[in-house]
Design a protein around this ligand. Structure first.
Ligand code: FPP
Length: 231
């Protein structure tokens, strides 16, 4: 069990599946398949080092704007990877939860995600949050709509009122956000929750992100001094 300096929650923007595939002359969907197969290794590597929560950005509200065949492919890959990996994740004690809007998902995707949540709800080893059809701004708007429905008095409104109405209400804020494939942006991911997260970007493409990259990210995290706005 490696030292992780109190790091409980890692959130990951799994970028670069497409670039990984095209650099090898493969189809983008092969890149997404390879990226999906990588998830369990990375979860294991973080879990072995004491991380308790991992959040993966699997499909954003903006990803609907990709070409129709890529969207269809990501949807069917999600269903097939759940059916292939769920038993093993469950037997490893992983609890799966969904962050995002379920109601507008294709029925079979929604059912598959709900099956994951139901089967694994009592597991305790690691919480895997899958952000799927997730958008940070939409999440905040949904929370505000809820507060308005509850007739919240503007003068009484607190940050906690908003936090407790987000998809992430039951989990701590991410300590570290990792983005693979070299980009330096959050892309509407956990924009409220990442106010004080440490940001880490690596050029490694998601399908190549393995145990040594996990170790490198944790080492970098251990060098950071988190000040939360204080001196
Ligand atoms: C980014 O690569 C990756 C995605 C948009 C999708 C990630 C989805 C998965 C790994 C599969 C589904 C996951 C779960 C948990 C069921 P990109 O296509 O943006 O790569 P590029 O920037 O190189 O084109």
């Amino acid at each position: 069990m490696g030292k992780n300096k109190g790091l409980r929650h890692v959130a990951i923007i799994m970028d670069g599946n497409g670039r990984w595939a095209t650099s090898k002359g493969l189809t983008r969907s092969t890149g997404h398949e390879k990226g999906t197969l990588n998830i369990q290794n990375v979860l294991r590597a973080f879990s072995d080092r004491g991380v308790l929560f991992v959040t993966l950005y699997a499909f954003s509200t903006e990803n609907w704007n990709r070409p129709r065949n890529e969207v269809d492919n990501l949807m069917s890959l999600t269903v097939s990877s759940i059916s292939e990996q769920l038993e093993e994740l469950h037997s490893e004690g992983i609890k799966i939860t969904h962050l995002g809007e379920k109601s507008s998902l294709p029925e079979e995707v929604r059912v598959a995600i709900e099956e994951c949540e139901t089967l694994t709800s009592s597991n305790k080893k690691l919480v895997l949050n899958i952000a799927f059809n997730y958008g940070g701004r939409k999440e905040i708007v949904t929370a505000v709509k809820q507060l308005i429905r509850e007739h919240i008095c503007p003068e009484d409104l607190t940050e906690e009122d908003i936090s407790s109405r987000l998809y992430t209400k039951e989990i701590p804020d991410p300590d570290m956000i990792i983005r693979t494939a070299g980009e330096m942006r959050l892309s509407n991911f956990l924009i409220w929750q990442s106010a004080y997260s440490e940001y880490y970007s690596t050029k490694t493409l998601w399908p190549d992100f393995g145990e040594s990259d996990v170790v490198e990210a944790l080492e970098e995290y251990s060098k950071r001094t988190r000040k939360f706005g204080e001196l």
